[in-house]
Design a protein around this ligand. Structure first.
Ligand code: ZN
Length: 154
């Protein structure tokens, strides 16, 4: 295969075993700051995906809550294939701590009583949300916490 610019285009998606949390890349700035980008994969590629309302709500919930657990979060955004999220953090190279931060954030999702910012002022598609769907996704992800470190099928 020709090497592509986008890291994940060089990942063989048929060989992975979701769910997992994978360091997808790092980028160092000229002053030494380093951004770490993680592939937080919820669903097995080309076998399952997250439905849009649930994905959208868990995105809002995680993006808002994860920042209560770390001030090094740069971004958390969904993948267009609807199988996971990218999490970018700055100057934080502790993979195990990333797992703890994600676990705490998903626990926040499970106990949430509403989706933050799901209105037409604060969101671009306020009608497309599902708190119940988001909580189901969070529960499924948490139930397989022991598998997060294993990226590839054996
Ligand atoms: Zn939104």
């Amino acid at each position: 295969m020709v090497k592509m610019n986008v890291e994940s285009f060089n990942l063989d998606h048929t060989k992975v075993a979701a769910p997992f949390v994978r360091l997808a890349g790092t980028k160092q700035g000229s002053h030494g700051d380093v951004v770490y980008k993680y592939d937080v994969r919820f669903k097995q590629p080309n076998k399952e995906h997250m439905e849009m309302p649930a994905l959208h709500s868990i995105e809002h919930l995680m993006a808002e809550n994860i920042r209560n657990h770390s001030d090094q979060v740069v971004d958390l955004s969904p993948m267009g294939c609807q199988t996971g999220f990218y999490l970018s953090v700055i100057n934080h190279d502790d993979y195990e701590d990333i797992l703890v931060i994600l676990e705490k954030t998903l626990q926040d999702v499970v106990v949430a009583t509403e989706v933050p910012a799901c209105n037409e002022v604060q969101c671009g598609w306020a009608a497309s949300h599902s708190l119940e769907g988001a909580q189901q996704l969070a529960k499924e992800m948490l139930a397989k916490k022991d598998e997060w470190r294993q990226v590839f099928a054996e």
